[in-house]
Design a protein around this ligand. Structure first.
Ligand SMILES: [Zn+2]
Length: 595
């Protein structure tokens, strides 16, 4: 797809990066830049910077960066053309007709429409006689009709092509059914319904679009739960079941569950702030979505081993994040003297909503939970185990930034194991120092080998010739800073560059400058991957002397040229190197992304 250059220029001019990012991140001015909490990694202090002059963003924590289009691509999970469309809508501009029908966005629109029609189809089946087995299943789980309607639940029937037939009648194609993940390709070349004889749970995003489906079997067969696989509209790293409902909740926090049906039961009992991560451990993408609606997360995973591991992972992800985190642990249920593990669904069913409300208000914070997990590993009546316990707890305490917090929990641990709080705190201090020493050693290794740090993260983009690449980076910085230096003719050709990534970037920026377009960086988002874009913005962030630009440019150019000469001499002597160089050139100008 190609969007007309003048349209893109107008769009960028009307989409100020500070304006756009402010919709997602609270920014405060510091010097000539603005800073805020990075939306791409968890942090408590803002290392995410936005430069109004350069119209770029850059995170000093995780290294992500780019221009305004990149930001929307990352944040909204959109392709380049869809990000352009998103910004155009925001700026009140009409995307030129031919581009509105670009292949990927056309398919996306079709898949969303198909998902909605499929949801309607499943819903109707559930209301009729064909949905009886699913209705009975819902009755067994005490899920009311009203709740089923609220979640848009449906039924898929025990046939190979019920959905396919109905959707083809509505004008959808087999390719679209496959793209939506609603049909599966069979061995004989035909297609069949992916979901059969199941309770269907549409997954609706915060904008109200049906992006995919979760489902559950009605008997003991496997797989018990089946979700839409990754599609153009559904990404499990981003999906949160019932987020469309929970975002409207008046409760102060969001409860994170494991299963979709736990969420349904909780909503039915009045906890309309429950959501579920769909078959994954909590991801950074999901926390970004959550952060738009809450500052407090209550983790309520199953009380079994898998649930405990998932809880620990979520706590690690959320450690030192902007969220306050609590863990709600469901107690085992005692039946005939045996203790049985239960999920949120069981708990509400047997203990009732008041009991859950009590658990919710009394739930432990993350540190208390982790201390309890550590305590459960040791028999604290044995002295050697007490020592091991205090060592584990001290390690945990040493990760806390707040000294008051450290003291409070040291006291609590002291009560539990009968070792003095002083001893535990001093052990924590020791653990803290050990880790500090390790960090320092790591930093030293990095400082001694700076080359490693300067490399692009993406393996395919690694610099072969660091000396030349550093100079090439300088040339790119100067081009952005002062494009007049590159008129009327460019003082150096992209082909002379040693790094394919830098050559590609330089060529694109040069083209923009020559066409008199001011916003080369925004255009880069079209031809570079997110990783590559981050690397380039990182380069642009580095200081370049404002004076003596011409001299600096000359110095850079002579380095690049002398390194290029070395390469071509070596190539003349060694045909293999020559072949590699030639191949590189090919790579340099081929390969586009999201085009
Ligand atoms: Zn970051």
């Amino acid at each position: 797809m190609s969007i007309p250059a003048n349209f893109l220029d107008e769009l960028i001019a009307r989409s100020d990066i500070v304006d756009v990012i402010s919709d997602y991140v609270h920014l405060t001015k510091k010097g000539s830049n603005l800073f805020g909490l990075c939306p791409f990694h968890s942090e408590k202090t803002g290392s995410f910077s936005v430069s109004p002059d350069k119209q770029i963003y850059h995170c000093f924590g995780c290294g992500k960066g780019g221009g305004v289009i990149n930001f929307i691509m990352e944040e909204e999970n959109l392709s380049f053309p869809d990000a352009v469309r998103f910004l155009a809508k925001r700026a009140g501009m009409e995307v030129p007709e031919e581009d509105r029908h670009s292949e990927s966005s056309r398919l996306r629109t079709r898949v969303l429409a198909l998902n909605k029609d499929a949801a309607r189809f499943y819903y109707k089946l559930l209301q009729g006689s064909e949905g009886r087995s699913v209705q009975q299943y819902l009755d067994r789980r005490r899920i009311t009709r009203k709740t089923a309607v609220r979640f848009g639940m449906g039924a898929s029937v025990d046939q190979w092509d019920a959905l396919i037939q109905a959707m083809i009648k509505l004008g959808y194609t087999k390719a679209e059914l496959l793209a939506a993940g609603l049909a599966v390709q069979g061995k004989n070349g035909g297609i069949y319904d992916k979901f059969r004889n199941r309770l269907m749970l549409p997954v609706i995003d915060v904008r109200g679009d049906v992006i995919g489906f979760g489902s559950r079997v009605l008997d003991k067969s496997e797989p018990k739960y089946m979700n839409t696989s990754e599609t153009i509209t559904y990404s499990k790293r981003r999906a949160l079941y019932a987020m469309n409902l929970a975002k409207k909740s008046k409760r102060p926090n969001i409860i994170l569950c494991e299963g979709n049906l736990d969420v349904v039961t909780l909503h039915q009992a009045g906890f309309d702030n429950a959501v579920a991560s769909m078959g994954t451990a909590l991801t950074v993408e999901q926390t970004r979505l959550l952060s738009r609606y809450t500052k407090e997360i209550v983790i309520c995973y199953d009380n079994d081993n898998a649930g405990k591991i998932a809880t620990e992972r979520a706590l690690q992800l959320l450690n030192n994040s902007e969220f306050s985190v609590r863990v709600l642990q469901l107690p085992n249920r005692i039946v005939d003297g045996n203790s049985i593990k239960q999920d949120a669904d069981d708990f509400i069913k047997f203990q009732g909503r008041e009991a859950f409300e009590r658990l919710l208000s009394g739930s432990e914070n993350g540190v208390e939970y982790r201390m309890a997990v550590i305590a459960s590993k040791y028999n604290l009546s044995s002295d050697t185990q007490k020592v091991a316990y205090s060592r584990d707890v001290s390690t945990l305490l040493s990760t806390l930034e707040n000294p008051v917090e450290r003291e409070v929990y040291a006291n609590r641990a002291a009560e539990i194991c009968g070792i003095s709080a002083q001893a535990i705190l001093s052990e924590a201090r020791h653990a803290f120092r050990t880790r500090q020493k390790q960090d320092r050693a790591k930093q030293q290794r990095k400082d001694l080998n700076p080359a490693l740090e300067l490399q692009p993260k993406e393996r395919g983009a690694r610099y072969d010739n660091l000396r030349s690449a550093r100079a090439e980076e300088g040339i790119i910085r100067l081009l952005v800073l002062d494009s007049a230096l590159f008129f009327p003719t460019a003082p150096i050709a992209p082909q002379t560059f040693s790094s394919p990534l830098l050559a590609k970037t330089y060529a694109a920026l040069l083209r923009c400058a020559q066409e008199g377009r001011s916003n080369g960086i925004a255009v880069l988002s079209e031809c570079l991957t997110g990783e590559e874009m981050s690397h380039i913005t990182n380069i642009l962030q580095q200081p370049e002397s404002a004076a003596w630009r011409e001299q600096a440019l000359q110095d850079y150019i002579s380095i690049v040229q002398s390194e290029a000469a070395k390469r071509s001499r070596a190539a003349a002597e060694d045909p293999l190197t020559a072949a590699i160089e030639k191949n590189k050139e090919k790579k340099q100008y081929g390969g586009k992304r999201n085009g």
